[in-house]
Design a binder for this molecule. Structure first.
Ligand SMILES: Nc1ncnc2c1ncn2[C@@H]1O[C@H](COP(=O)(O)OP(=O)(O)OP(=O)(O)O)[C@@H](O)[C@H]1O
Ligand SMILES: [Mg+2]
Length: 302
């Protein structure tokens, strides 16, 4: 089932927080989820509550290194369970070494996809938390992915990097992975009380309109996300009721819709009236579900 890359070369924009909590929310919806910590810092592994380094037998860095050296190992042996009951392939510093070794390997952009292949049939969703870079490891994530979620901090400087990731996605689509869809840009750390944040939100929504999808869900600025990560818990466990957890529940539904998850699309209320009927008629003609539509939107905009 879909591989989703959570990617942005800008650091500290909420990639890891979004991967973990979106994963927890999909799990709550009854989905099976595999998280992949594709960052040598291993922040997702820590935030997911894996404190015991002995529990980590094999990291994604080890797997990519083994593949780059022509001796692939089975990903299923690397999967560990987090305290929240999510499956995780942990990250480690080995990923930096793997990136160097991959550079001269055969099919170097496809090593992650080949590594994930045995897990594809076993999970409803595979979420890949990318490192803040657009190097070979990050390209591997975009090559493997069906869709991308792009967290962007509601801050003027953070938004400036958006063009770069969108250009990279376009290049990956042209050269390596034509069906790659942008599921959406996700505005994070939105402070409803600061007019600066509101201006950034309005600018992003306006400038991307009709070109790149932006999730309706916005993630609020809330200290609870940081506190939860510090004690290795998801926001759904740490503060199950309230806006912080609900933000990621709502995002998970939007992502599932973008991914064309039939269980979730079937639950959507059917809109009545003539416009809805026309919409259904055209969707029928194009055979499109949401992810294909978003893919076309961006491709058409380029
Ligand atoms: N909505 C939010 N409100 C408040 N703090 C947040 C929010 N989202 C994330 N944070 C905090 O901001 C910091 C950066 O978030 P996170 O680690 O998710 O970003 P990242 O994009 O994965 O960073 P990196 O590029 O270093 O991997 C963390 O301390 C996290 O707990
Ligand atoms: Mg991170």
């Amino acid at each position: 089932m879909p591989i989703i890359a959570v990617s942005n070369q800008k650091g500290g924009v909420g990639k890891t927080t979004s991967t973990l909590n979106m994963g927890a929310a999909l799990r709550e919806m009854g989905k099976t989820v595999l998280l992949v910590d594709l960052d040598p810092q291993g922040s997702l592994t820590v935030a997911a509550g894996v404190v015991d380094n002995d529990a980590i037998r094999t990291s994604i860095g080890d797997l990519l290194m083994a593949r780059a050296q022509g001796a692939p190992q089975d990903i299923m042996k690397a999967i560990i369970q987090t305290p929240a009951g999510l499956d995780l392939v942990p990250g480690s510093g080995m990923l930096s070494a793997a990136e160097l070794t991959l550079a001269t390997a055969m099919a170097r952009e496809s090593a992650l996809l080949a590594t994930l292949k045995p897990a594809l049939d076993r999970y409803d969703y595979i979420l890949v938390d990318c490192l803040p870079s657009l190097g070979l490891v990050a390209i591997n994530a975009l090559r493997a992915a069906d869709g991308v979620v792009i967290p962007v901090q509601a801050d003027f400087l953070a938004v400036q990097g958006l063009a770069q990731i969108l250009e990279t996605i376009e290049a990956v689509r042209e050269q390596l992975n034509p069906p790659l869809a942008v599921y959406g840009v996700l505005l994070t750390m939105v402070d409803p009380k600061r007019s600066h944040a509101q201006r950034v939100v309005a600018t992003v929504r306006h400038s991307l309109k009709g070109k790149v999808p932006v999730f309706e869900t916005q993630i609020v600025q809330n200290f609870a996300y940081k506190e939860a990560a510090e004690v290795g818990r998801t926001i759904l466990e740490f503060q199950s009721r309230g806006q912080a957890a609900d933000n990621y529940r709502q995002l998970a539904r939007e992502v599932a819709l973008a991914a064309g998850d039939e269980e979730i699309t079937a639950l959507q209320p059917r809109r009545g009236g003539l416009f809805a009927a026309i919409g259904r008629f055209f969707r029928g003609l194009t055979g499109g579900h949401a992810s294909q539509e978003t893919g076309r939107t961006l491709a058409g905009a380029a």
